[in-house]
Ligand binder design. Structure first.
Ligand SMILES: Nc1ncnc2c1ncn2[C@@H]1O[C@H](COP(=O)(O)OP(=O)(O)OP(=O)(O)O)[C@@H](O)[C@H]1O
Ligand SMILES: [Mg+2]
Length: 344
């Protein structure tokens, strides 16, 4: 796995090196997500006119779609400072109390992976979000007292890849929830053009279209593929990223026309060839390809489902007719249709 090009939407070490420079800085620079952008514009403009911090914002959606970028944009658009932390970092309520009591009026507090916040910190957050107050507990046992402390009015921006894992009381305290969707290919082309300009890559329109189609609806993956294709273009061609260069480069990295990698294809192939299209349980399928069930479930499956190749049924995973066709096999009668039509 290690020497391959990863198609996981989670950041790889070399993504992190360039992401800071590739992050859009303003709402206008933020490509795609038209609904989220319009809603957010209204929320921010309303707050600006009233001269108060906007409602707390929850950003939910799969990895690599721009939640962290958007949180920084919210702060920038408000002309506010942003403080960054994450759910796992807030294990003890004292950690959160320290952050909250250091806020200046109007600051944006960004909590990444907010669904992983520990319960006592979460409870402290309720009061902070609602009344801009924290109760600091001093001492232990029966002698413990709590001291109420006012904190500066702030805006909490929470990001989560698993909105369903948030507790009701926490979810209810956000005034605005933005659901990030996978990007359309045309939007990914814009993301790629912008990144190419920043990185000084000679990206041609047909090359951009080819990379966008294989990027799994995810800007982070689009930018990663662009960098790998650029290597190929510089080493094996004249540096220009055209369609044929992109195709040749991505063939080297085993990324097919639909953006499926070797593991995705192994999963589909096992489903079709070893289990005659299913239904089969996820753990059986994982054993068949020699992977952890969680890898198959969290890395491969979401995109295979979205690409219309695999369906989840109560009895297990089923290959769609499109999956059989993608592997060059004839689907048995009764296979669900699926296919790229189900893509967007
Ligand atoms: N709308 C966009 N326009 C341009 N580039 C984008 C956009 N969204 C994301 N990107 C690019 O993708 C990279 C990853 O985005 P970001 O880190 O904001 O995703 P995320 O949703 O926070 O991911 P994670 O869930 O892994 O934290 C950014 O550095 C940026 O290069
Ligand atoms: Mg992020």
């Amino acid at each position: 796995m290690s020497d391959e090009l990863s198609l996981s939407p989670e950041p790889e070490p070399d993504d992190l090196l360039v992401e800071a420079s590739l992050r859009p800085k303003t709402l206008a620079e933020f490509v795609g997500q038209p609904r989220v952008r319009e809603q957010l514009e209204l929320v921010l403009e309303g707050a600006r006119r009233r001269g108060t911090p906007p409602d707390h914002v929850l950003l939910s959606g799969p990895p690599g779609l721009g939640k962290t970028s958007l949180s920084m944009i919210i702060a920038a658009e408000l002309g506010a400072q942003i403080r960054l932390t994450s759910g796992p970092a807030l294990e003890r309520p004292g950690d959160l109390a320290a952050m909250l009591s250091n806020l200046s009026p109007g600051d944006v507090l960004f909590i990444d992976e907010i669904h992983r916040i520990a319960r006592p910190a979460e409870e402290m957050l309720y009061l902070a979000m609602e009344d801009f107050r924290v109760d600091i507990v001093v001492g232990k046992g029966p002698g413990a007292t709590s001291i109420p402390l006012d904190i500066a009015p702030f805006t909490l921006v929470g990001a989560t890849t698993r909105a369903g894992a948030l507790t009701g009381p926490l979810r209810d305290r956000f005034g605005f929830t933005a659901h990030m969707e996978f990007y359309e290919p045309e939007d990914l082309e814009k993301v790629l053009r912008r990144a190419a300009k920043i990185l000084g890559i000679d990206l041609r329109p047909d090359g951009a279209a080819e990379i966008a189609a294989r990027s799994r609806g995810t800007p982070r993956i689009a930018n990663r593929l662009l960098r790998r294709v650029r290597d190929y273009a510089e080493v094996r061609a004249d540096g220009a990223v055209t369609r044929s260069v992109a195709r040749a480069a991505l063939a080297v990295y085993d990324v097919d026309e639909l953006g499926l990698d070797r593991l995705d294809r192994a999963v589909l192939s096992a489903l079709v060839r070893s289990f005659n299209g299913g239904p089969v349980g996820i753990s059986t399928l994982a054993v068949a390809v020699g992977e952890e069930p969680s890898t198959v479930e969290e890395v491969c499956e979401p995109y295979l489902v979205r690409a219309g190749m695999l369906a989840r049924t109560p009895r297990g995973r089923v290959a769609t007719a499109a999956a059989w066709a993608h592997l060059g096999a004839t689907p048995p009668p009764g296979s669900p249709a699926g296919g790229p039509a189900a893509l967007f």
